[in-house]
Design a protein around this ligand. Sequence first.
Ligand code: PGA
Length: 307
Amino acid sequence: MKRVTLHQLQVFEAIARSGSFTRAAEELFLTQPTVSQQVKQLTQAVGMPLYELIGKRLYLTDAGKEVLIVCRDISERLSQMEMTLADLKGLKQGNLRLAVTTTAKYFVPRILGPFRQCYPGIKIFLKVTNRKNLVERLTENLDDLYILGQPPENLDISLCPFLDNPLVVIAPHNHPLAQEKNIPLQRLAEEPFIMRESGSGTRMAVENFLVKHKATLNVEMEIGSNEAIKQAIVGGLGVSILSRYVLALEGINGPLTILDIEGFPIPLHWYILYPATKQLSIVAQTFLEYLLHEGKDMAAQTDAALK
Ligand code: PGA
């Protein structure tokens, strides 16, 4: 075990996470033979196989899973140490690993701009993915902080709501119902509907809403991206229910509009969260405080522009 090096563990973690030697090599700016060599040496030091290749897929053995837990533990401790030392030096510097859902991407990057102006020494890694993948990342403790619309129920997390996140019915601006008020919910069922993919928090909220109102929709299409859904709506393929924030840039005077359907908007919130047992780095703590104070104002301005 004494022969195990940090570099080997880092390479193994990248392979386990990406499921591929090639991707790990690209990510770490190494050649593939170097990556293979590092894992070979790690396997020899551990004395047991760490993975199996079945077809083209890589599966971790039980020993591999144990090694992966240690890799993540060490990397977490090292980044803690880096942050603590940076703070001792009186500098706000280090890394901020943020994971947000595909809907939060419409305002989080804007908040990051002024945040980074205040703390130029902080390097930001922003992961954008749907709710299901984000909850998986949270379980694996891959990031510092997570922003999403519907927090998981069965995990031990620290949670802060910080902003409203209304879900609205979006249609093309020239839709026949665009000028109507208080449209009955049943009328929406007559429209071709574009649904987000399974695993999306938006879809989960829509499904909960339908159960609550004993309503159905005429789902004609499933698309795994808010932006692609917006384009499909403009293209006349149907209407959809999305966060009002997806209109943050173009507003409601562009090619898309919000229909005034009975029961809408669906009132959700944005939450920032992290595992309850996690000790936040100084940088993550700083961002959390920033978001709760100043970011909240900024996102609220975006929100007001859409009313
Ligand atoms: P998603 O995000 O639809 O991209 O998963 C919505 C949410 O945060 O609940």
